[in-house]
Ligand binder design. Structure first.
Ligand code: GAL
Length: 339
């Protein structure tokens, strides 16, 4: 039985919602569309929370750099030198990550209060990002919908702008299928990709690509995340672990994460061309998580479906450009099973 309800409404405009069916329970907020908890069953049928999340979602307003569970945008990941050119005009962004722009700027979509509408099978969040917010042109109308369908959490994104602009929306949930019992080193990962986007010393995609065969990035068959994470590979050293976009095939079930202890298996399918796999290399020292517990590096792995990071500086025809009046649409699903 599907149930959608508001569970809390605070004076500051922040609300919490619960989406629940027999297989999954999600706690989410209209603040940054944060996914705060996702409860799924293990092999024994016990529910456990498989994402990292804030104890108080408002902590995202106080400079936390983890983006746990949030929607990142207007442009997720980094834009080199915090500027870009569009239609012959240069747009300056805030350099909030060294000299680069990260996840939409100083006050990205993760920090915005969205309007909301409860649906029969989920919730719709709506945000109007005004022209030149965080330096991006165009009034952008963004819809984010979270739905539950049996054992699947579905995220749908839609946007339209009244001027040419950039867009790259992702959900920044960190998963831990042991429900916090263990770090993610023993999680097994499989990704349908032959290449990753390489990064520089600031984790900025630099326009080169690595064929992953015979490298620690080859996840065509299952490997534990921890198996090769400390290998002497330049790309692992630069990022302090995995923090790379896998160029996924245009197929279903592009990524599988599996925890053999609990039997939980997460399968991701996206219409987007990349999945950023980020092994929580900088999690320590951030805000406290649920139960007031400080998170540490490698407590979760973020799986972020998106366009190519730094696309505007790399791609000949950058997919991140959204033309005036055109519709941006993307769908990413997360299917939870036990095995
Ligand atoms: C990821 C990014 C990481 C880090 C993280 C937020 O999307 O790839 O380098 O910035 O967000 O802490």
């Amino acid at each position: 039985m599907m149930k959608v309800r508001m569970i809390e409404q605070r004076d500051n405009g922040v609300c919490l919602f619960e989406l629940k069916n027999d297989e999954i329970k999600v706690i989410t907020s209209n603040l940054g569309c944060h996914v705060l908890s996702v409860f799924t069953k293990d092999r024994e049928g016990n529910f456990g929370d498989v994402v990292l999340g804030f104890e108080n979602v408002e902590d995202c307003w106080h400079g936390d750099g983890s983006y746990m569970g949030a929607i990142a945008g207007r442009v997720a990941n980094r834009i080199g030198d915090a500027k870009f050119e569009l239609n012959g005009k240069t747009y300056e962004l805030a350099a909030n990550n060294g000299k680069n722009s990260l996840h939409g700027g100083i006050k990205g979509f993760n920090q915005k209060i969205f309007k909301y509408k409860l649906l029969e099978d989920g919730i719709r969040f709506i945000y109007l990002s005004p022209d030149m917010e965080e330096g991006y042109p165009g009034n952008l109308y963004l819809k984010v919908v979270y739905r539950l369908c049996d054992n699947t959490l579905k995220m749908e994104y839609e946007a339209v702008s009244d001027q040419d602009t950039l867009i790259n929306i992702t959900n920044h949930s960190y998963f831990n299928l042991s429900a916090g019992k263990d770090k993610i080193y023993h999680h097994q990962l499989k990704v349908k990709a032959d290449e990753i986007a390489c990064v520089d010393e600031n984790c900025l995609a630099n326009g080169t690509f690595l064929k992953i065969e015979n490298t620690p990035f080859d996840f065509k068959e299952f490997h534990e995340i921890g198996e090769r994470i400390n290998d002497d590979h330049e790309q692992l050293k630069l990022a302090g672990g995995y923090d790379h976009s896998f160029m996924v095939k245009d197929e279903e079930d592009q990524l599988i994460l599996y925890d053999k202890e609990t039997g939980r298996k997460l399968t991701m399918t996206t219409t987007l061309p990349c999945i950023q796999v980020y092994t929580g290399n900088f999690l320590s020292g951030g805000c406290n998580g649920k139960g007031g517990k400080p998170y540490e590096n490698r407590d979760g792995v973020a799986l972020e479906a998106q366009f190519l990071p730094n696309s505007i500086h790399i791609e000949k025809e950058p997919k991140v450009i959204l033309r005036k009046g055109e519709e941006y649409e993307a769908v990413t699903t997360y299917r939870f099973e036990v095995e």
